[in-house]
Design a protein around this ligand. Structure first.
Ligand code: ZN
Length: 465
């Protein structure tokens, strides 16, 4: 069964490769001067109010004030007066491949569907998308090789990492069914098994690993300290980065103390204590907050920004779902626990940041049916600002910092030498973070991403739209 599925995805890869890239030029060779826009570098520096930059062969070759940046003779010019430019985003935490928008599950996991999700990410301004713990390793490595070789049309760059859990543990119930069908999770019971699994990943040049440390209120087996300590130790021996899902104060403390590099999720239902804050100050873990998925979706407010990428049927289902479920989109009244959740969030979030947790963009999109890849990023940014970050800090956490975490030296900021991965906005997100949603265009590797073609594709799939 598994072999058949993998073969099916190889066939899908071949089919996509033959589609080619005719609708979009890749890496236009001539130089282009992008002239007159407000430039937000993504590193927290003050914006250049009237800036300019040159792109050649997919890279930014010069950037600075308008009039001071020299374009080579014959360069084309794109007028960006009145626009704002920020780096394209980097999302370090999604679950790609299972959403089919009519069905959801392992049966949808093909290269074609992975590509579809990555195109959705690109549509909304995300240049790099990382699927965490839920992607089959062989198919994912193949997808990366094919994407690097230019076999697919433009899309967000695909990153992934394998997941580790005890037998029967790991992802939430919905995702667990899908990942089990594809044998995705590395199930380990002992430190020895854990080390062997991590070594096997390192041998395949995999640089990151995800583990779940969660008993889901006593309903799931949880990795023991002996096993997760071995995972972290072995991973660090191979210079690998460890992402850990943990949602209780005790578990987050334990995994930060054990040396996890990235924390995933908030502590839920408990206020942080001084012991934990001191530990954060010492260890300074990266932190993928994944707040927005628990919020009411923009679909409930009939916001076209969220609706354009969703089939009407899915929108109708979300609107008809009035019972609030933590990870699934629904439109009912606030859950009875919502006020308490908010109170704890308002208490914990600024303390995590002040203690040195290095916040990075992650959304958990795709973990359950009904999420739109790419729009969740904009929800997460707005949430951070609501909880106390400045818009500039939020943008850094969505661009330069995740690039640093992933060791990506070629993207994440607007600077000479970087890939020309950027978003052109109709309004300034430093004034109002909601302006990241006012996307005029998205460029990946110096080529304008064809957002209109995506809209046309979604409309064609659903003529009723
Ligand atoms: Zn997740």
């Amino acid at each position: 069964m598994r072999v058949l599925k993998l073969m099916a995805s190889c066939v899908a890869v071949a089919a996509i490769a033959s589609i080619g890239v005719s609708s979009q030029s890749r890496n236009p060779p001539g130089a282009v001067l992008y002239d007159g826009g407000r430039l937000i570098a993504g590193d927290g520096s003050a914006p250049i109010e009237a800036g300019a930059f040159v792109v050649q062969n997919g890279r930014i070759t010069a950037i600075g004030r308008q009039g001071e940046v020299k374009a080579p003779p014959g360069a084309a010019r794109v007028d960006l007066a009145g626009k704002t430019v920020m780096p394209a985003m980097i999302n370090v935490h999604v679950h790609i491949g299972y959403e089919g928008y009519t069905t959801w599950g392992a049966e949808n996991y093909t290269a074609q569907n992975v590509l579809d999700h990555l195109q959705r990410e690109a549509f909304y301004g995300t240049a790099v998308t990382q699927s965490v713990g839920s992607s089959p390793t062989d198919a994912s490595l193949q997808f990366q090789r094919d994407q690097q070789a230019g076999k697919f049309p433009p899309a967000s760059r695909f990153f992934f990492m394998p997941g580790m859990a005890p037998p029967g543990g790991g992802p939430d119930a919905v995702l667990r069914v899908a990942t089990t069908a594809l044998h995705v999770i590395n199930e380990v019971s002992t430190a020895q098994e854990a080390r062997a699994a991590v070594q096997a990943m390192a041998n395949r040049k995999i640089t990151q690993v995800k583990m779940w440390v969660d008993d889901r209120r006593g309903t799931y087996p949880k990795l023991t300290p002996e096993v997760y300590t071995a995972i972290i130790d072995e991973a660090h021996k191979h210079q690998m980065i460890v992402h850990t899902h943990a949602t209780t104060l005790a578990d987050q403390k334990a995994v930060v103390r054990a040396g996890t590099d990235v924390l995933v999720h908030l502590v839920q239902g408990e206020k942080l204590d001084e012991e934990y804050l001191a530990l954060l100050k010492e260890k300074k873990p990266y932190w993928a907050t994944v707040i927005g998925l628990g919020d009411p979706t923009g679909v409930c407010e009939h916001d076209p920004f969220f609706e354009v990428a969703l089939p009407p049927k899915v929108i109708a289902t979300i609107r008809a779902t009035t019972e609030r479920r933590p990870l699934a989109p629904s439109c009912g009244p606030p859950a009875p626990t919502a006020a308490r959740r908010e109170e704890i969030l308002a208490y914990n979030f600024p303390r995590m940041i002040a203690s040195g947790a290095r916040i990075v963009l992650g959304t958990d999109t795709g973990i359950q049916p009904g999420h739109t890849f790419g729009s969740g990023e904009h929800v997460e940014l707005a949430r951070w600002v609501q909880l106390g970050l400045t818009p500039s800090q939020a943008i850094v956490a969505a661009t330069a910092r995740p690039a640093e975490l992933l060791g990506l030296k070629d993207t994440g900021t607007l600077a000479a030498g970087k890939r020309a991965d950027f978003i052109v906005l109709d309004a300034n997100p430093l004034e109002n973070i909601l302006n990241t949603r006012r996307i005029s265009s998205v460029y990946l590797d110096g080529a304008k991403f064809d957002r209109d073609a995506m809209l046309a594709k979604w409309r064609k799939a659903d003529p009723s739209q």
